[in-house]
Design a protein around this ligand. Structure first.
Ligand SMILES: *[C@@H]1O[C@H](CO)[C@@H](O)[C@H](O)[C@H]1NC(C)=O
Ligand SMILES: *[C@@H]1O[C@H](CO)[C@@H](O)[C@H](O)[C@H]1NC(C)=O
Ligand SMILES: *[C@@H]1O[C@H](CO)[C@@H](O)[C@H](O)[C@H]1NC(C)=O
Ligand SMILES: *[C@@H]1O[C@H](CO)[C@@H](O)[C@H](O)[C@H]1NC(C)=O
Ligand SMILES: *[C@@H]1O[C@H](CO)[C@@H](O)[C@H](O)[C@H]1NC(C)=O
Length: 362
């Protein structure tokens, strides 16, 4: 009896935790908590007949949008060619889908009645910074603000303090106003890739105690940024113009697991000996750089990508400073393909160091 009810609970719970791959929303999958009644992120266009919604749903619904009866708190107004926010947003709205329109900004009271907003999706519009600042500062329930692929030139000022995810990838952002993130105590994910950031100032990322994922790829950074939040576990700096890292570049990042630095201009001369001396590191991507030697990495590293560099030699001391029963490298995957070396250059002692290697590509 008890077992049967347990099985029933499992079969009810199983499919209700659903993630949806959301390439539309900046690449990082969005978790949807169906227990909270969170709606589908998939567009309803061509999947549901809008006239049907209107016929069966007696709740008010702006003409430009769809209001599905199964998610009364969601409003789907995406890809409608809108130049302005639809009039009369219902105050019940918690999940607002506005991506793929032609919105450039909002008047100051635009969201005033939608005070219960939890998600606001504005990806692929043309929103300008000056027409967005302080727009949502009173929306303390807002947890996801997605504005990838817009025309922002600065991180918006006056962001609401409850945000957990802020996606601002592929804008024209050159500047982070001082204290822009100061109040975002709960932010865990911040996407800024595909912008025009040249440098990171001391106060730029102040006040992000729980930031977990920071993506600064595809910017114009030419020195490894200092003053990043030490809580980050995933730090992406792919496709910048970095040439090196100092001994203290990663100092204090005690929980850093994934570091991606591919497609930069890293050279061995620019890399300090202890630059990657972070024992929490699980994955290090240095592919597509200008390295001639394998940098020294901690023995705890598991995934190491070095493809397409100019590496000519394999020195076991990059992986193991000494060898013993417990002193060996935990590397499982090592990519060295697209370099200037062959299998024959592996020294005879390498299997004693790389003992748990699963795959090596040369
Ligand atoms: C936020 O709330 C304050 C105080 O209630 C009010 O003065 C201000 O106009 C509001 N801001 C917006 C953008 O609605
Ligand atoms: C937004 O930027 C695109 C180019 O990325 C440009 O074509 C468009 O005119 C800009 N829109 C506004 C409102 O500035
Ligand atoms: C941060 O999250 C916690 C837990 O969900 C919540 O109690 C708190 O109010 C949030 N902080 C802000 C500023 O919204
Ligand atoms: C790495 O850091 C540890 C302390 O965390 C230190 O004892 C050790 O000397 C460092 N090694 C290198 C190569 O910098
Ligand atoms: C490997 O690197 C260590 C430390 O940099 C150096 O002392 C040693 O000579 C190198 N070995 C080879 C075979 O180049």
């Amino acid at each position: 009896m008890e077992i049967r009810s347990l099985l029933l609970i499992l079969s009810v719970c199983g499919p209700t935790w659903a993630t949806t791959l959301d390439m539309d929303y900046g690449g990082v999958p969005l978790w949807i908590n169906r227990f909270l009644g969170e709606p589908s992120v998939l567009t309803l266009r061509d999947r549901m007949e809008p006239g049907w919604f209107r016929a069966v749903n007696r709740q008010s619904c702006p003409l430009e949008c769809d209001c599905p009866i199964q998610w009364p708190t969601a409003l789907y107004c995406e890809y409608r060619g809108l130049h302005q926010l639809p009039e009369g947003l219902p105050s019940r709205t918690q999940y607002l889908f506005l991506q793929g329109n032609a919105l450039t900004g909002f008047n100051s009271r635009a969201f005033a009645y939608a005070s219960n907003l939890r998600w606001l999706f504005l990806d692929r519009n043309q929103v300008l910074s000056e027409r967005f600042d302080h727009m949502l500062s009173n929306h303390t329930r807002l947890v996801y603000l997605f504005m990838n692929h817009n025309n922002l030139t600065e991180v918006p000022a006056g962001l609401p303090s409850g945000l957990k995810q802020l996606r601002l990838a592929y804008n024209h952002i050159e500047k982070i106003p001082p204290g822009a993130f100061q109040n975002l105590q709960n932010l865990t994910l911040l996407l800024l890739q595909g912008n025009h950031l040249k440098a990171i100032g001391e106060a730029d990322f102040k006040g992000l105690p729980f930031l977990n994922l920071l993506d600064l790829s595809h910017n114009l950074l030419d020195t490894f940024p200092k003053h990043l939040p030490p809580s980050v576990q995933q730090l992406y700096l792919t496709s910048n113009a970095l040439t090196g890292m100092s001994e203290d570049s990663l100092q204090g990042f005690n929980g850093l697991h994934y570091l991606r630095l591919s497609h930069n201009q890293l050279k061995n001369e620019g890399l300090a000996y202890g630059a990657f001396n972070v024992t929490s590191l699980v994955e290090l991507d240095l592919s597509y750089n200008q390295l001639t030697e394998i940098p020294v990495v901690p023995t705890t590293l598991q995934y190491f990508y070095l493809e397409v560099n100019h590496i000519r030699e394999f020195n076991v001391s990059s992986f193991c400073r000494k060898m013993g029963p417990t002193s060996y490298s935990r590397i499982k995957i090592l990519r060295l393909d697209g370099n200037k070396m062959t299998h024959h250059q592996l020294p005879p002692d390498w299997p004693f160091c790389l003992r748990v290697l699963y795959n090596i590509y040369i």
